[in-house]
Write a protein that binds this ligand. Sequence first.
Ligand SMILES: [Zn+2]
Length: 405
Amino acid sequence: LDLFHFQEEGPGVVFWHAKGWTIFQAVIAYMRRRLAGDYDEVNAPQMLDKSLWETSGHWEWYRENMFAAQSAGDEAEDKRWFTIKPMNCPGHVQLFKHGLKSYRDLPLRLAEFGVVHRYEPSGAMHGLMRVRGFTQDDAHIFCTEDQLADECLKINELILSTYADFGFDGELTVKLSTRPEKRVGSDAAWDHAEAVMADVLKRIAASNNRIKTETNPGEGAFYGPKFEYVLRDAIGRDWQCGTTQVDFNLPERFGAFYIDADGAKKAPVMVHRAICGSIERFIGILIEHFAGNFPLWLAPVQAVVTTITSDGDEYAKEVAAAARRAGLRVEIDLRNEKINYKVREHSLAKIPALLVVGKKEAESRSVSVRRLGSEGQKVMPTDEAIAALAEEAIPPDIKRERSKA
Ligand SMILES: [Zn+2]
């Protein structure tokens, strides 16, 4: 499908080809629309001094998974070690800490399409599914304890509707992982967070009959309990994608606080959440789920305009230009090959729509439309065919918003 490749010099990091990057950008654009109004999108640095990761606890707990870098020049005056971020959280705590925060600022939701690097042994890497460098659709919500349940439910709604928009309408499991043996925070704080999340889990289960729930005792992170969202693809495989993690540790470690209504300084609760998880892996799952037959809004090339004989060339160019003006991602194929050969080639490349033109079509300003996976073809006025494709290519979230209006 010509979407991406790997090569030896970059173990576990993706070379995105133009078509793969188009899908990647479509996923990001989708998520960005879904965040608008609720989240502030930010961007924290890629490399930060090791000391920050000592404060966060990563240097102690997570060092085996981290990459570190130093100036390469022998004479460089700044020879400190920097960590290439494996997570976005410490950066977001710095953003929260910048400027005094009041309870009125909460909940504060900071989102980042953050590029992270984590060391994986080479045997653990597996195509797009497990890589060393990836982009998370990450966010951190700083809130009060009272706001925690509502925030978890809001995230849950976002996760469920996102998966449905991407065509995962099968079974879904939400797992609650509770306190592990090695942990930080008081038992009272864990009791409270687990009680809130158990209640949220019940409400999630009651809200939707596609959802199964489970509890994994002892499987939570050392800093707090978490939800894991496991979706089932078209052929019944399960993939863990989204997570919601409650954290009472990191804000305190970094001395982050807000001024409460009574004037006292309080540490906010921090919720880490990702919807797709790793965008790279999510695209890997989409490729499997659709077996390459992407819905029109995600397809990197949505239509190819091609000719029966060369006397259709000029008209084919006009059709392609009109389709581009309508916002479609279009390629043009004027090769002097038999039309059946070209049709077969484009269907192997999983092109969703072929617009075939010849002399007759040029004279009647029409196109012959062939859709991937159906044998027939339909001759239509060109402007009608383009309008129908452009309508079909509207992402599902935009369609939903329009139908509300
Ligand atoms: Zn985080």
